[in-house]
Design a protein around this ligand. Structure first.
Ligand code: IMP
Length: 201
């Protein structure tokens, strides 16, 4: 069984400050520590979210061999685009892509899909946690929704301004961090991960 260390602290293996903040609120059983500013993680060459989360987690474990480490790989899956941008979500518009550039490209690719049903999408998140002795626990979360016709709202990051979660008529960026934390792919993965880690086998 993966018994969690008494102090329950973990290093978060990401360069994305938004993810550190969100995970800090979601992984409530842990005190999270970000990687030092400027830490370079290996390229995400995996073909699945799990592969890429493992790449980041193992890079963190190599830097902090005596610590718990956790990594997130996540992205947007758009049905009309055969699952794109998927694992390439961060670099959809190119290696130096900004969130704005990615969103603009996404909206351009979806121009001919008028109705919300044709613009269906989901966010996926895989969290991988490694214990100091290298035991892996992972969990996946999804949130269903659709892609808006234009960006709205200034909360969140990435594709939040164009992602309308199912049952809502506003984007994640408009709904704000509390609503997002109640239903997001990251929240669902975090809940599952903590349940797996903290439930005795
Ligand atoms: P990676 O996991 O670092 O490869 O990057 C994931 C990318 O997916 C981010 O850069 C965003 O573009 C997108 N993404 C993942 N999660 C979210 C989210 O919660 N909101 C908006 N965009 C997200």
């Amino acid at each position: 069984m993966n018994s969690v260390a008494p102090e329950r602290s973990a290093v978060v293996c990401t360069g994305n400050a938004h993810k550190v903040l969100e995970l800090g609120d979601l992984l409530t059983e842990f005190t999270l520590e970000p990687l030092p500013l400027g830490t370079v993680l290996p390229p995400e060459i995996g073909t699945t979210f799990l592969d890429n989360a493992r790449i980041k987690a193992h890079a963190g474990a190599a830097m902090y061999p005596d610590r718990w480490v956790v990594a997130d790989d996540s992205g947007l899956i758009v049905d009309a685009l055969d699952g794109a941008p998927g694992v390439h979500s961060a670099r959809f518009a190119g290696d130096d892509a900004t969130d704005d550039g990615n969103v603009r490209l996404l909206l351009r690719r979806l121009e001919r899909f008028a109705d919300a049903e044709l613009r269906s999408a989901r966010f996926a998140c895989v969290l991988v946690m490694l214990s100091p002795d290298g035991v892996e626990t992972h969990a996946t979360g999804f949130v269903e929704g659709s892609i808006a016709h234009e960006p709205a709202g200034d909360g969140g990051f990435g594709y939040d301004p164009v992602f309308i979660p199912e049952g809502h008529d506003r984007s994640f960026a408009q709904l704000g961090s509390d609503v997002k934390a109640g239903m997001s792919h990251r929240a669902r993965a975090a809940r599952e991960l903590q349940t797996r880690l903290l439930t005795p086998a």
